[in-house]
Design a protein around this ligand. Structure first.
Ligand code: UT7
Length: 324
């Protein structure tokens, strides 16, 4: 019927950054961070834990579970906004590290929605190339894109990577459909500049450096409304009731956003997988890390309906339904 997930994997940097650690860096405290975001700890990369290296280990773990070797992979897609280079892509570095010699590779930039957008790309590719195998990865080291003097943002983000191996399968399993949206007119509520242009004629007077910049309250409002709309539209289009969803894996941005979303779409809290307390917001990596944890914890059984949804810079947002 569509693209199925053969295996999942993840990789988190070793170093744990606690709320107490952040108290040493900016004017904040554990109580504020916990009550406003639900986050207790996040991971921070050290030497040797660049985005492509986390991505490679996550991919190896997913391939091991899938029983697939690197030389069987036809396409590598990495969703990221924090590759260590702009060119080549992070996906090309992963391809090199794995020795996936027949694969072509590229990155997707859809911020926190990157994995979801990549999953839709992969599904549609596999419907045309039915024998292909795809490695889809979400990987970030946002610690390198964070302004460590800005308490509004530096408490939120974390590093990590998650991966899945996908192939096409006839039958009832696989991706049922997705509902993806963007609104570039709202770019300035959540953004990150590139390095300053070497062409002085190109306007860049306001380039503050490549740090995440965010209007938190505005993002919060749009995030809840947009994800709710995307989920409702998708359920309606696919004629699926929320009560038949077995597990929901939302982008792990903030516990308050998730709680609001959960109550608005009317899904039972026990059916929602949440790990934001451990890893913070890992952008494009958050859904595949959560998916791997949920899968390894036995939260997904054959035939379960999985609902994923996300919201991020762009704005970009959406939802997808998959039969496990
Ligand atoms: O993938 C999407 C990515 N983005 C997000 O998920 C972010 C969505 N937004 C949010 O989660 C929330 O807006 C935040 C958690 C970022 C902020 O929570 P808030 O309840 O919206 O707080 P606020 O921005 O309205 O700030 C309230 C107060 C301010 O002080 P004053 O002006 O009232 O005196 C802030 O300066 O809290 C202050 N504040 C902090 N205090 C202690 C902001 N950051 C901190 C901090 N520690 N880290």
């Amino acid at each position: 019927m569509g693209a199925v997930i053969l295996g999942t994997g993840s990789c988190l940097p070793r170093r744990v950054l606690t709320n107490q650690d952040l108290e040493e860096i900016v004017d904040t405290n554990d109580e504020w961070i916990l009550s406003r975001t639900g986050i207790s700890t996040r991971r921070k990369s050290s030497k040797g834990e660049e985005t492509y290296r986390l991505a490679t280990v996550a991919a190896e773990n997913a391939m091991q579970m899938a029983g697939v070797t690197a030389d069987e992979i036809d396409l590598i897609i990495v969703a990221t906004i924090s590759s260590h280079m702009t060119m080549p892509s992070c996906a090309c570095f992963v391809q090199k590290e794995l020795g996936a010699n027949k694969a072509f590779a590229y990155d997707v930039n859809a911020a926190c929605s990157g994995f979801l957008f990549g999953m839709d790309n992969a599904d549609k590719y596999l419907r045309c190339e039915k024998g292909a195998k795809i490695l889809l990865i979400g990987a970030e080291t946002l610690s390198g894109r964070t302004n460590w003097e800005d308490r509004n943002t530096c408490i939120l983000f974390g590093d990590g990577a998650g991966a899945v191996v996908m192939e096409y399968e006839d039958g009832a399993r696989g991706i049922i459909g997705s509902n993806l949206r963007s609104d570039g007119s709202l770019w300035n509520l959540l953004y990150m500049h590139s390095a300053p242009s070497s062409n002085p004629d190109i306007f860049q007077a306001d380039n503050p450096g490549s740090h995440i910049m965010m209007e938190g309250r505005e993002v919060f409002k749009y995030a809840v409304k947009a994800m709710e709309g995307a989920v409702q539209e998708l359920l309606e289009r696919e004629n699926v009731s929320i009560s038949s969803v077995g597990l929901m894996i939302p982008h792990q941005a903030n516990i308050r956003i998730l709680k609001k979303l959960v109550s608005r779409i009317g899904i039972e809290e026990e059916k929602v997988f949440i790990n934001v307390q451990k890893y913070g917001n890992t952008s494009a990596a958050s859904i595949p890390i959560a998916l791997d944890e949920a899968n390894r914890a036995g939260r997904l059984q054959p035939d379960d309906l999985l609902l994923v949804c996300s919201f991020g810079g762009g704005f970009t947002w959406g939802a997808a339904l998959l039969r496990w």
